[in-house]
Design a protein around this ligand. Structure first.
Ligand SMILES: C[S@@+](CC[C@H](N)C(=O)[O-])C[C@H]1O[C@@H](n2cnc3c(N)ncnc32)[C@H](O)[C@@H]1O
Length: 212
């Protein structure tokens, strides 16, 4: 992580009021739509949205899921997500503090994360993916700044001073090592992608948490 959790939280607290308006790029919208589409929760599913921000993904899934849990480190972003949930009359959404390493959640059927994991170093992403696997989801959909080719700070979505995106290969390895099978990879942009991982085999949540 290039900045500490507190530094990221403070940055997003400041940004929270303007965040939604500024997410106007075609690629952000395409990535968010794909994450929502692939998450595809059923009416009995508990969905966990990690790095939920102002709720772009979690709130969009709430009408189809039994419950949506949003976790983030920025109180400002979470406050906006709660306001939006109330405005939309969504009563099955719970937003609270939690990080990739310590989401403060027991289990989830579907885990989603959009444009958030790139704040972690590759080693931290690997650890976070193990934590996610330990929650026992049947599916994890990750949309993020992700390198399909050579990293290029001149291209959008990558600011080396704050971001630490992984290559698709690093993420694919971490997902399969954590017991997922990679079932889809969508390239939205040279530096933005969506990875869909489904639980493979019968590795139990206990087996998975042992290696965290
Ligand atoms: C670019 S926003 C994305 C928000 C939302 N997922 C979306 O698609 O619009 C990144 C979010 O990740 C959160 N974040 C950054 N580091 C985190 C961490 N270690 N654990 C949980 N959330 C984190 C930030 O606070 C911020 O709300």
């Amino acid at each position: 992580m290039k900045r500490s959790i507190d530094e990221h939280a403070a940055r997003f607290d400041e940004y929270a009021g303007d965040y939604d308006e500024e997410q106007d790029s075609e690629e952000y919208r395409a990535c968010a739509s794909l994450v929502i589409e692939y998450a595809d929760p059923g009416p009995e599913d508990v969905v966990l949205d990690l790095g939920c921000g102002t709720g772009a993904i979690g709130l969009a899934l709430a009408e189809r899921a039994k419950r949506v849990i949003g976790r983030d480190i920025s109180e400002g972003m979470m406050e906006r997500a709660r306001e939006k949930a109330a405005e939309r009359g969504l009563e099955n959404v719970e937003i609270g503090e939690g990080s990739f390493r310590e989401p403060d959640v027991e289990s989830a059927d579907v885990v989603v994360s959009n444009f958030a994991m790139h704040h972690l170093s590759d080693a931290e992403k690997r650890a976070a993916i193990e934590v996610i696997a330990g929650l026992g989801p049947r599916r994890f959909v990750l949309g993020d700044v992700t390198f399909f080719g050579t990293p290029d700070p001149e291209e959008p979505f990558y600011s080396p001073e704050v971001d630490d995106p992984a290559t698709v290969g690093v993420l694919a390895d971490a997902l399969t090592d954590a017991g997922f099978a990679l079932t889809a990879v969508e390239r939205v942009h040279e530096q933005v992608g969506v990875l869909v991982a489904e639980r493979a085999g019968d590795r139990s949540p206990t087996d998975r948490t042992e290696s965290v």
